[in-house]
Design a protein around this ligand. Structure first.
Ligand code: AP5
Length: 207
């Protein structure tokens, strides 16, 4: 199954993609995680991407399109994948159509005030991509998946969250209509608990 997870920043795309990845045995391909790893490793792509990500702006289309195109050629994608955070512009979606066949685009819908609460408390592991919320950590900042330190992302600062929401509305929200027109859109309210939302995600995908 080849899936896209759509939705504003903080909607829970990564949370549910990670769960579904282990349940279905297909990889989660998060362009945000790939770019953050490139920044951490100070690669050429990472150095180029950093200023956009820190400001809450989108990285140029050609950079992320090439990343995804190459990643989908790896053997673990042969029986399916979850694209988390890609495509994010109509140009990216049109490019994706030239090298992939998508079965469904799952759209998680969450209001802005809830997004701001979730993102301001989010903590992530830059080594393995594990994501949690301070309310779940009991003061422990060690990643339970790989043992590295859980940190706050630079783009989860309040002013950058606002920028990301504006960028989402202007550049990514049109993809909801794009996939609706293709008959691939499945929208889920992402306002419940993680368990409730995950059950709704599975139901929307007929799993
Ligand atoms: P990216 O990493 O993709 O960020 P995003 O889309 O803004 O999404 P987030 O990771 O912030 O949120 P999420 O929906 O995954 O929510 P999560 O599950 O973590 O991209 C970052 C940057 O990279 C972009 O701004 C851009 O610069 C660049 N980039 C990436 N892809 C690009 C592309 N295609 N083109 C151009 N540039 C690109 O959940 C959030 C928090 O809420 C967590 O703490 C979680 O524990 C908590 N939570 C989740 N669900 C629930 C729930 N039901 N109840 C309570 N808490 C919950």
């Amino acid at each position: 199954m080849n899936l896209i997870f759509l939705g504003p920043p903080g909607a829970g795309k990564g949370t549910h993609a990670q769960r579904l990845m282990s349940e279905l045995g297909i990889p989660q391909i998060s362009t945000g995680d790939i770019l953050r790893k490139a920044i951490k490793n100070e690669t050429k792509t990472g150095l180029e991407a950093k200023r956009y990500i820190d400001a809450g702006q989108l990285v140029p289309d050609e950079v992320v399109i090439n990343i995804v195109k190459e990643r989908l050629q790896e053997s673990d994608c042969a029986s399916g994948y979850i694209l988390d955070g890609f495509p994010r512009t109509v140009a990216q979606a049109e490019a994706l159509d030239t090298f992939a066949t998508i079965d469904a685009a799952l759209n998680l819908s969450v209001p802005d005030d809830m997004i701001i609460r979730r993102l301001s408390g989010r903590r992530v592991c830059l080594t393995c991509g594990y994501t949690t919320h301070i309310s779940q950590m009991n003061g422990n900042d060690v990643c339970p998946a790989c043992g590295d330190k859980l940190i706050q992302r630079k783009d989860d600062m309040p002013e950058t969250i606002q920028n990301r929401l504006s960028v989402y509305a202007a550049q990514t929200a049109p993809l909801v209509e794009y996939y609706d027109r293709k008959g691939l859109l499945r929208t889920v309210e992402g306002t419940g608990t993680v368990e409730e939302n995950h059950a709704a995600v599975r139901k929307a995908l007929n799993l």
